[in-house]
Design a protein around this ligand. Structure first.
Ligand SMILES: [Zn+2]
Length: 215
């Protein structure tokens, strides 16, 4: 730390000073971290009081930071979970073993409160299993359902809608948004492993009313 003194030879401009400090910090990372840890430990109460007094401002700042640095933060989380996969899985398994009832109740409550998300997650699980590639977001799916009138793609009824893959996963269909349409539960299950084209042809053959969008 002794070599860090401002001397007359030191650059005068702010920008240069900043570059100098940055270089110094890069050269002394551990000292800086140890210094901060010692400072934090010695000033716990002061820091807690500051945080409490500035709670709302700090929360807003953090939220704004998240918005502007989202990609970088998510990449960091992913990098961490990728390089600690085994340890994280072990921790999760231990936690689940000790709290399985609590976890099940939380998951069930979340899914009840978020039916769209539940459908999205259920679909994603099936898609991963099929491993045909492609993906879409929950926003894309909601937009496409809205575009198609939020009615069943096959019978045209405004029933409770499920995610249907026009080319079924079982026949190599992808999870790309182009392969996704809304279908009521009954059409989705009677369509089964047929493509949208095959199913609609079958319905017409049997003189079953199809969606006005399809006539
Ligand atoms: Zn239907």
């Amino acid at each position: 730390m002794d070599d860090f003194k401002l001397t007359p030879e030191q650059p005068k401009k702010r920008r240069d000073q900043r570059a100098y400090l940055k270089a110094w910090r890069a050269k002394n990372p551990r000292d800086r971290r140890a210094y901060k840890a010692a400072y934090d430990a010695a000033n716990k109460d002061k820091i807690a009081a500051y945080r409490e007094a500035n709670k709302d401002r700090l929360r807003a700042k953090k939220a704004a930071y998240y918005v502007t640095h989202r990609e970088r933060l998510l990449a960091r989380v992913k990098a961490h979970s990728d390089s600690n996969k085994a340890r994280i899985l072990e921790y999760q398994a231990d936690y689940y073993a000790a709290n399985s009832d609590k976890v099940k109740a939380t998951v069930a409550a979340y899914r009840r409160a978020n039916p769209d998300k539940k459908r999205y997650l259920d679909n994603r699980r099936r898609v991963r299993k099929a491993n045909n590639g492609g993906s879409h977001t929950i926003e894309q799916r909601l937009a496409k359902f809205a575009l198609l009138g939020n009615i069943c793609f096959y019978c045209g009824e405004a029933k409770k809608l499920t995610v249907d893959h026009k080319i079924p996963l079982a026949r190599g269909g992808t999870d790309d948004i182009r392969n996704i349409v809304p279908a009521c539960r009954s059409c989705n299950s009677s369509k089964n492993a047929r493509t949208a084209k095959e199913y609609l042809a079958n319905q017409r053959r049997n003189r079953v009313r199809v969606s006005p969008l399809m006539t």
